[in-house]
Write a protein of this length. Sequence first.
Length: 116
Amino acid sequence: VQLQASGGGLVQAGGSLRLSCAASGRTSSIKLMGWYREAPGKERETLATFSSGDSATSVADSVKGRFTISGDKAQNTVYLQMNDLKPEDTAVYYCNSQVRLGTIYWGRGTLVTVSS
């Protein structure tokens, strides 16, 4: 499975961005996709997950109410809608996918910079 994340960039505080993560390859084996971020000097943080089977979603409490995850199964793509962005949201954002056998694949990150 290959993952291509996009949509990062520079935005002012209070603005919005939508990140996309497109999967290719053996996409039929994917059971879960998720978004994570890593800020300088901080551990990687789980943000949201999307279940390919039943489209169930989960969002971390730290971003709940501002971030939303959604998926387009036909396009094998998950999205992370980020609203009311804050400078502390500045980080490299990654997506990953977990397949039925348990292997986890990671895409290259996309940088989000929020200016104050």
